[in-house]
Design a protein around this ligand. Sequence first.
Ligand SMILES: N[C@H](CCC[C@H](N)C(=O)O)C(=O)O
Length: 276
Amino acid sequence: MYPFLKGHGTENDFVLLPDPDGAVHGELTPERVRALCDRRAGIGGDGVLRVIRTAAVGAAGLGQDAEWFMDYRNADGSVSEMCGNGVRVFGRHLAEQGLVDPIRPVPVATRAGVKVLTFAGGAVDGEITVDMGTPKVLEETTVAVGERSWPALHVDMGNPHAVAFVDDLADAGPLLDAPDHDPAVYPAGVNVEFVVRRAAGHVAMRVHERGSGETRSCGTGACAVMVASALADGAARDTAYRVDLPGGTLRITWTADDRILMSGPAVVLAEGVTGL
Ligand SMILES: N[C@H](CCC[C@H](N)C(=O)O)C(=O)O
């Protein structure tokens, strides 16, 4: 039997696997990840966060100045470079276990480089702000659901996103399958976000996540939505955007020195053991 915990950030939920030296869980096969994320026969989650020391993770961690590495997997077992909601839950777990001190900024290594977390008021249960690094704004493309298609902006947050503005979030339909996208633009698949404007500096979105389907929230996706919205609005840097998702709200700022800061909650709600 193996230890696990369950957590979420704005209802993007994860199975956490404590594995500090990589000796507990062995190889995290896609089959095992799928079994863990299965909402009927497993624990259930949009993804898995393996909590492992950077020194134990091998090449993916090389050169990263952080003690802990977030080994993220999507619910289908695929590997992704980064998970914004996941890294907040990851940080909350480390702080609750006394493995990091929330008084000081906490660096976390990922496949998209080191992300630095700041706990509001230095409190374990405080809102967490993540420096998500510099966004890459790439080409205009299109996405489609059934007969309907929309222009979309390719934004890379360490993982790939396509952001499409719609008149009504219901226009995107049931989002049961991945929206059609250009494989030449997204050879490794894509997270697709649909966004509507609510007011100046305030948007609402839905997301179909690569490897997990439609989720209640996507942190990197909310950052990509904010970037596309700020560009479309001609917003000044350091303008804070409110991004409403089905699972909650994230606050996102694009700084004058070209970094994206994402603030939001993180909850670890259960722990147990599993034979999966
Ligand atoms: N499905 C995404 C990874 C999880 C991103 C999302 N859960 C977040 O909070 O950023 C991908 O394959 O790039």
